[in-house]
Design a protein around this ligand. Structure first.
Ligand code: ADP
Ligand code: ASP
Ligand code: MG
Length: 438
């Protein structure tokens, strides 16, 4: 069995759905197709939800109507047969009626998740109707019946496996399944999601749950590039990554993969392929257990980082100090990315500001606190990169014009991270590309 996940741009236009149809019917292997929402839909739903949370029903209604007319145009192009077109119209009516009803309900976080789930439900239902029109046998699988997260908001593969295998057993003999990425149920049984970009994570969790031979992530670019193609010109695809390299890149900002999407592959040991729907014959990137070479593979950047410096003269020779500092972050469920310490100061970074004020208030008991917002972590990733001779010197030679705020070296063998103010991100990525790849 193999898993094929198609992202927003891959399903965002009717002709793209036709491309996907070709790709998924190329051979007879049993497949689970995981789809994202059509590109732009989750953003639009977020805006609808934001407007409702502010009590601006008029704005929400305006956006719901705009989204509905986008989908009405989409099905006109997608479907030729009157019977299937009618079915698609009914599907749109059902989901947009739901959105119009919630306009009248008072806003809550649970409602927000219900709104966000509409995108993947719509894309998979429309794709399923299209496959029926094309007479391609398949089964539409409801992700809300098998994809779940526990009370700590973590998915558990064993539980997904149990529920999914029951569903697959009901449809024994079926070779093609279509399901939703991103959406799931939480421990309270409510509709929830795996965070933005979460369809990649859905695909790799499903691959783990069914012992898939491969998890294919189909997107709009031919694999992981060696730098962020949205920022740097002339980036190149990386043909091979090991799990550690891919996990570091995903976590430290390479948007092509959801940050958590590699651990299921690493734990259950199945390969992941990053492929391009627009260029299906390009080799893309193969991600598997063993590394093919040492040294720098790619550079990634993670934005919206806050740096916190705690200065304390009492730290001098005080054991247990760092534990107390970390306990504050644990209490507020805020994870730390980079840490550096000296005898008088600890600097660290977080990517989630939700509890920043509470954290600062508690840290002030230890000493004086300095906060720098709008920072970016730039990570240089490759197998055993921290052991590569002269690499650190090359990195600093490349960045003589950039004020580097922090450096983290040796924490992971496969990652050297530096912290710069966001305003220096673009230049930093460009200079590193020249310095390390030219
Ligand atoms: P999808 O909708 O298919 O999930 P995403 O937009 O989430 O697609 O991810 C693909 C995009 O990731 C690319 O179009 C590219 O702009 C961006 N990206 C950022 N960093 C990288 C990188 N290192 N390599 C490839 N793509 C990257
Ligand atoms: N549709 C969701 C998002 O836009 C999930 C995904 O595309 O992976 O974030
Ligand atoms: Mg994505």
């Amino acid at each position: 069995m193999k898993i094929m996940k198609f992202g927003g741009t891959s399903v965002g236009k009717p002709e793209r759905m036709a491309e996907i149809r070709k790709l998924i019917t190329k051979d007879d292997e049993t497949k689970i197709i995981v789809l994202s929402a059509l590109s732009g839909t989750t953003n639009a739903l977020t805006e609808i939800s934001d407007a409702l949370s502010k009590g601006d029903r008029e704005e929400a209604k305006k956006r719901i109507d705009a989204l509905e007319s986008h989908y009405q145009n989409f099905i006109v192009e997608l479907l030729k047969d009157e019977t299937y077109f009618k079915k698609a119209k009914e599907t749109l009516a059902e989901h947009f009626e739901f959105l119009n009803i919630i306009l009248k309900i008072s806003y809550s976080e649970a409602l927000n998740k219900d709104i966000l789930a509409q995108g993947e439900l719509l894309s998979t239902k429309l794709f399923s109707i299209y496959l029926n029109e094309q007479e391609i046998a398949h089964v539409w699988l409801p992700a809300l019946e098998f994809m779940s997260i526990d009370q700590n908001n973590e998915p558990q593969v064993a539980s997904i496996r149990e529920k999914l295998s029951k569903l697959l057993d009901i449809h024994k003999g079926t070779q093609l399944f279509v399901t939703q990425g991103y959406i799931c149920r939480n421990a309270k049984g409510e509709i929830d999601n795996l965070k933005r970009g979460g369809s990649d994570y859905s695909a790799s969790l499903i691959a783990a749950a069914v012992d898939a031979s491969v998890c294919e992530i189909w997107t709009d670019i031919s694999g992981m590039h060696n730098n962020d193609p949205r920022v740097v010109k002339d980036t190149k695809p990386v043909k091979h990554l090991c799990f550690e390299e891919a996990a570091e890149l995903a976590y430290f900002g390479a948007k092509i993969l959801h940050p958590a999407s590699i651990w299921p592959a690493q734990y259950f040991n199945f390969p992941v392929r990053l492929l391009n729907t627009m260029e299906p014959d390009a080799p893309g990137t193969l991600i598997e257990r063993d590394s093919d070479s040492e040294g720098v593979k790619a550079i990634a950047a993670k934005d919206f980082i806050t740096a916190i410096k705690i200065k304390s003269s009492r730290m001098l020779l005080a054991y247990g100090f760092l534990r107390k500092v970390f306990e504050v972050f644990e209490k507020y469920q805020t994870s730390i990315d980079m840490v550096t310490t000296s005898e008088v100061a600890v600097s660290l970074t977080i990517d989630n500001d939700t509890y920043l004020n509470d954290i600062i208030r508690e840290l002030e008991m230890f000493g004086s606190i300095e906060i720098d917002k709008a920072q970016t972590i730039v990570s240089i990733v490759g197998y055993h990169v921290a052991k590569t001779e002269n690499l650190l010197a090359k990195v600093f030679d490349s960045l003589t014009e950039i004020p580097v705020r922090m450096v983290s070296f040796g924490g992971s063998q496969h990652n050297i991270s530096i912290l710069v103010a966001h305003e220096h991100k673009e230049k930093t990525l460009q200079l590193l590309s020249h310095g390390l790849f030219d």
